[in-house]
Design a protein around this ligand. Structure first.
Ligand SMILES: [Mn+2]
Length: 331
């Protein structure tokens, strides 16, 4: 019960901070996902309906699969944003550095932190961090209720999409009764589950499916049988014609193999680094592994970036993950 009242008071502090500002900027995190776009755009729109000036900005483009969302096309490139603002609202990001704003950029501004990542340390002038929330969109739903913002079909679609994608279509551990209660309210408010699932998951490019095919043809299984991985190179992106962010969902396939506890995707970045995405089934806390390498995430889904080339990254990380599986208790 204490947890509930702590959460409520931290949420009220966030509502006060949001209501106290006049102009708020919402930076999406790098490589924005459905939760980042849905939660930031929904909250920005709600504040705009209350007469506040708001901007949603992003270093990276909104992925094509989320471009249909109301307001997604109004997201401004971070490089083009030069306006004055009083409040920086960081949604769905445990590391303020992943917003693209430096500490100098935000000196004297009010910083609001709304997040559900395990690695969030509660930074900011007001923070509402609920590590048991399925998605930041679930948390924004509660904020909008506290603000008595009426939920229209567009806000509902934004929030539904973030919950849909962060729960892996209601398949992951974070699919709790609380998450389903909020989801039910969103459907009542006009979110359309079949339509949104089709827009998000079944509106792919040929390049994306060809990239998935290539990645699946390169699956590797560790000797112990518990770790499965694949890799994406810049050359694969070029020859399939897939966009740089179209490899995002591939990691979920690596975890589907029977007997596998942790699945990984290693991706070569344009600047020669290696991006690692991890998913675990029941036992291994991949957020812990990611945070040792300067990344973060959730117990069952995390990521980080290594400076070295991919071959080396695969050797080091696969060994580390195999050791983590060995060290984890059986369920
Ligand atoms: Mn999220």
């Amino acid at each position: 019960m204490k947890r509930q009242s702590d959460l409520r008071s931290s949420r009220q502090a966030v509502v006060r901070a949001l209501s106290g500002g006049c102009s708020s900027v919402f930076p999406l995190h790098f490589d924005p996902d459905g939760d980042s776009v849905g939660a930031s755009v929904a909250l920005a729109r709600a504040l705009a309906s209350r007469g506040k000036k708001t901007w949603v900005v992003s270093r990276d483009p909104v992925p094509a699969m989320f471009e249909f969302l109301p307001g997604a096309r109004d997201v401004i490139s971070l490089a083009d944003f030069h306006d004055e603002f009083d409040t920086l609202v960081l949604v769905d990001q445990s590391d303020p550095g992943r917003s693209g704003f430096s500490p100098e950029d935000v000196r004297g501004k009010t910083i609001v932190n709304i997040d559900h990542h395990l690695s969030n340390n509660g930074f900011g002038d007001a923070h509402y961090v609920d590590k048991n929330a399925s998605a930041s969109c679930e948390m924004v739903y509660h904020i909008l209720r506290d603000m008595t913002v009426p939920l229209d079909a567009e806000l509902a679609a934004l929030l539904y999409t973030g919950i849909l994608t962060d729960t892996g279509s209601f398949r992951y551990d974070n699919t709790t009764s609380g998450c389903l209660r909020v989801t039910s309210a969103l459907v009542r408010a006009g979110a359309r589950p079949a339509l949104l699932a089709r827009r998000v998951y079944e509106t792919r490019t040929v390049g994306n499916l060809r990239l998935v095919g290539q990645a699946l043809s390169r699956l590797h299984i560790s000797d112990c049988g518990s770790v499965c991985w694949t890799s994406l190179t810049q050359q694969m992106l070029a020859c399939t014609g897939a966009q740089d962010n179209e490899g995002e969902g591939i990691v979920s396939y690596t975890r589907m193999v029977a007997g596998v506890e942790v699945g990984l995707v290693f991706k070569e970045t344009e600047d020669g680094k290696t991006k690692v995405s991890l998913r675990s089934k029941d036992r291994v806390d991949v957020a812990g592994i990611a945070s040792r390498h300067g990344g973060g995430g959730h117990a069952r889904a995390a990521g980080f970036t290594l400076d070295g080339p991919m071959d080396l990254a695969i050797r080091v990380v696969v060994d580390e993950v195999c050791a983590a599986v060995r060290g984890s208790a059986s369920p």
